[in-house]
Structure formats: structure tokens, C-alpha cells
Design a binder for this molecule. Structure first.
Ligand SMILES: Cc1cc2nc3c(=O)[nH]c(=O)nc-3n(C[C@H](O)[C@H](O)[C@H](O)COP(=O)(O)OP(=O)(O)OC[C@H]3O[C@@H](n4cnc5c(N)ncnc54)[C@H](O)[C@@H]3O)c2cc1C
Length: 441
């Protein structure tokens, strides 16, 4: 059997041929910090410091007046030195609630299998944080701080960590869910994947360790005064799309989001799908992705969440599904149709030179960014600043197929140029190039 050390070498060796694996974080830092020794608790250290102090005082009482004059500076230096040694030797108290530096424990409170390879995990923190770092301070408990964010999970037996994206809270239990710190994740076990298989096997009551939040692209200032988001998702890549839809649709009443969700099997969308034999005259017709309707039968956990969002946002949220095993997929024409739907004739800002709106400047950008970057469009003050967003999220091959591959640059996975289907659509229609920003997740 392969030992952990050997596995890490093999995995590192595989990095060159496995770009997605390089994106992951290989941490040594999440080894537990050295604990204070039981034989030397804080109180004992404090006593040692006091003893040092009293020894110094005793010797000063026997000293000459000249020595006495020299004593206060010596005492101060001694105190400073002692204080510094004490400060350095005392390990900082480890945070017990979610933070972006250390991994903290959550417990799996529910586990719902969606398909043989995917699962929705609900987890709750061991220690409740009344104001977790992913919530807006002072706002209602369900208001997330970042439109797009993820956390890292660590695998405790092998030193690896991977990002996973929390599902937005459900409408029904929004405030309670946010109050008890519960988070839900849609995880797919990928063939040979270390972390995803580990997570998928864990049952209710088992612990997992999380670090975060890690903010993704700051979507709202990028959208600016524009109104449209088209989010093309493969498999679990849908979850960031649900986050973005919620943030954008809650932000303004005139925004519209299209979620185009491609899955391998029907069961990701619908448990026990009703057998609907196509009439004979349609057998040769090309199949198209279908609209996810609010009244669909036997929705999966994820589809039920989507129908709930549809019920809330109505026509402002359009969800379409393509199922690989049924021969449906999103073609150029489907994406073009989604991009052109409801597009206004308004002339938009060119975005040239703006970190948020210039497509060329995104080529070297990572999808993880510190929030709060300001718009640098020359007309940022007027109603033209902003871009409609075409976002692509999913496995590497999916992203590469629709928008060209991401590119490694100096150890960071960057956006790379827009290629493939998205580039071709922009080449054919100038408005799609000027008014839309393509973001790969
Ligand atoms: C911001 C972000 C958010 C994400 N959100 C989610 C989410 O919500 N849900 C979700 O399911 N995923 C999500 N992911 C993907 C997730 O982080 C992992 O990449 C995914 O679960 C696979 O990780 P793994 O450890 O199982 O696979 P890995 O072990 O990293 O393997 C990945 C691939 O490499 C191959 N491989 C593994 N070991 C070797 C080896 N030794 N030699 C050669 N090839 C090898 C595997 O076969 C597999 O195809 C997200 C990723 C990012 C960046």
C-alpha cells in the first residue's frame, strides 16, 4: 500500500501533467500548532518571570549607590527581554471559529446522496460564531459578504486541501440556517480524486475541517450598471452560479440571470425521472436543453433548490439543463441566444485599462481576489460603466471547451485569453465582445 509520503511525491510528480491538481493547495501549515506543554502551563511561565524579577530586586538591594543608579535601565532591559521571550515562547491561542488561516472542525449533520457519484453534505461548526466572516456585519444572518466564495477542506490523513463552494441558504430556512452556522456543499467524487472520494464517503456525525472564506471574483462591481449574467456550468460547477444568481438578483430588480447547467446523468436533476417516450416524428429531431420548470416532478436536492430560486425570482432567473446521457448539450446557438436575450442597445463603457472591466487585463488574473477593487473606467461615475457577465464553471475540459483553458503563470492559475466557443461568438458579433466580460471559474 502506498504510504502518505509516497503518495505526496507521486501527486507532486503528477502536477506537471495534471494542471487541475496544481491548482490545489498543498499545505504543511495545517499541522496542529505546537501546544503548550502540560508540565509548563501559562501560569508556570508567568511564575518563572516573577522569580527572575525578584532575583534582580534582591541583588539591587545590596548594591552601591552607583550600581543602584544603573539598576533601573538594567531592570527595564531585563523585563523587556523576559517579556519578549515569554511572548515568543507562548503559542498564540488557536481560533475556534472559521478563519482563513487555520482549519477548524465542523460536523456532518446531514448527507443526501444525489447520484452514485455526488452528494450534498450539510455541516455545522463545533463552536458557533455569532458573526462568521462570510456574513455582512450587522445585516440579516443570511446576507453573505461575498457574491462568490469558497472554503478549503483538508484531508487529515494526507496533507492536501481543496476548495468547495457553499450552496446559498434555502429560502425556507434562511435565517435559522445562517444563525446556526450550517453550510451545505454539493460534492462530486471524481475518478481517482483523493479529497472528493474521501468527503463523499463520510457519514453523518463525522468531522471535517474547514478554512476560509476565500473570496472569488467580485461580481457586482464588474456587472456595474449592466443587467445580464449568463452562467454556463458543468456538474457541481453550478454552485458558484447559484451564489452569483442570488447575489445579482437580490442586488437590483432589473437584473436577469441565465443558468445553463450541463450534467452527465438525469439523476443529478431528477430522481426517478418519469419515462417520457418521444413521439415517433421527433425521434430524428435534434434534442435541445430543457427549461427547468418550477413544477417539475421528483426534483433532486439541487433541482429543488433551483425551483425554489425560480419561485422567488420568476422570469428574472432562467435555468436550462442539458443531460449528456440523453444527447443534449449546450451548442454555440444556445449560448448566443442566452447572451442576446434582453440585451439592451445601450452603448457600454469600453472598460479599457480597468482592472474590473478590461478583458485583456483579466488574462493574468486569478479567480481569487481581495474584494473592494475600484472601477477604473474613465466613465465610472456615469451609467455606462460595467459589463454583462458570461461565466463558465466546471471541470477543466468543460471550461477549455467553452472559453479556452486557464493558464498557469508564475505558480498562479490565471484566466488566460478567451478562446474556443466564447471567442468565436465574440468574433462573429462585435457587441458580444464589447459588452460582455468572460470569467472562468
Ligand atoms: C474555487 C473552487 C471551488 C470548488 N467547488 C467545488 C464544489 O463545490 N464541489 C465539488 O465537487 N468540487 C469543487 N471544486 C473542485 C475541488 O476543489 C476538487 O478539485 C475536486 O473535488 C477534485 O479533488 P480531488 O482531491 O478529489 O481530486 P485530485 O486528487 O486532485 O484529482 C484530480 C484529478 O487528478 C487525477 N489524479 C489524482 N491523483 C493523481 C495522480 N497521482 N496521478 C495522476 N492523476 C491523478 C484524478 O484522477 C482526478 O481526475 C472546486 C474547485 C475550486 C478551485
Amino acid at each position: 500500500m502506498m504510504r502518505h509520503g509516497q503518495f505526496r511525491s507521486v501527486l507532486k510528480g503528477a502536477l506537471a501533467s495534471c494542471p487541475r491538481a496544481q491548482q490545489h493547495t498543498f499545505h504543511t501549515s495545517w499541522k496542529p500548532a505546537v501546544q503548550p506543554s502540560a508540565s509548563q502551563p501559562h501560569g508556570a511561565r508567568w511564575n518563572g518571570f516573577r522569580q527572575h524579577h525578584s532575583t534582580t530586586t534582591r541583588s539591587s538591594a545590596q548594591s552601591t549607590p552607583k550600581q543602584a543608579r544603573a539598576f533601573p535601565p538594567l531592570l527595564i532591559v531585563g523585563l523587556l527581554l523576559g517579556g519578549t521571550v515569554y511572548y515568543l515562547a507562548t503559542p498564540p491561542a488557536k481560533p475556534k471559529t472559521l478563519n482563513s488561516e487555520t482549519f477548524i472542525p465542523y460536523t456532518i449533520t446531514a448527507r443526501e446522496a444525489i447520484s452514485p457519484t455526488s452528494v450534498v453534505l450539510t455541516i455545522a461548526p463545533h463552536v458557533l460564531d455569532p458573526s462568521p466572516p462570510y456574513l455582512q456585519p450587522g445585516a440579516t444572518p443570511s446576507r453573505w459578504k461575498h457574491p462568490l466564495w469558497s472554503v478549503e477542506f483538508k484531508q487529515p490523513e494526507v496533507q492536501i486541501a481543496r476548495h468547495y463552494t457553499p450552496l446559498p441558504p434555502l429560502q425556507a430556512d434562511t435565517d435559522d440556517e445562517a444563525r446556526d452556522g450550517t453550510l451545505r456543499f454539493y460534492v462530486r467524487a471524481v475518478g481517482g480524486g483523493e479529497m472528493s472520494n474521501y468527503l463523499s464517503r463520510l457519514g453523518v456525525g463525522r468531522d471535517v475541517w474547514l478554512r476560509g472564506p476565500h473570496a472569488g471574483f467580485d461580481v457586482l462591481p464588474r456587472l456595474g450598471h449592466c443587467r445580464r449574467v449568463v452562467f454556463l456550468a458543468g456538474g457541481t460547477g453550478l454552485v458558484p452560479g447559484m451564489q452569483v444568481a442570488r447575489a445579482v438578483l437580490d442586488q437590483r430588480d432589473d437584473t436577469k440571470v441565465s443558468l445553463l447547467w450541463a450534467v452527465r446523468k438525469r439523476e443529478e436533476v431528477q430522481a426517478a425521472a418519469p419515462a417520457t417516450a418521444a413521439p415517433w416524428w421527433q425521434l430524428w429531431a435534434s434534442k435541445s436543453p430543457t427549461e427547468l420548470r418550477a413544477d417539475m416532478e421528483n426534483p433532486s436536492h439541487i433541482a429543488a433548490h433551483l425551483t425554489e430560486m425560480k419561485a422567488k425570482y420568476g422570469d428574472r432567473l432562467d435555468v436550462r439543463v442539458a443531460v449528456d446521457e440523453e444527447g443534449t448539450k449546450f451548442c454555440d446557438s444556445d449560448i448566443r441566444k442566452a447572451l442576446l436575450a434582453g440585451l439592451s442597445a445601450t452603448q457600454h463603457s469600453s472598460g479599457t485599462g480597468c482592472r474590473l472591466h478590461d478583458q485583456r487585463l483579466h488574462e493574468h488574473a486569478s479567480e481569487f481576489e481581495a474584494p473592494g477593487a475600484a472601477c477604473q473606467c474613465s466613465d465610472s461615475g456615469d451609467a455606462n460603466a460595467g459589463k454583462n457577465l458570461l461565466m463558465i464553471s466546471g471541470p477543466d475540459g468543460f471550461i477549455a471547451h467553452y472559453a479556452g483553458p486557464k493558464v498557469w503563470l508564475g505558480g498562479t492559475l490565471t484566466q488566460g485569453p478567451v478562446g474556443s466557443v466564447a471567442a468565436e461568438l465574440q468574433r462573429r458579433d462585435g457587441k458580444l465582445a464589447s459588452d460582455w466580460l468572460v470569467l472562468k471559474l
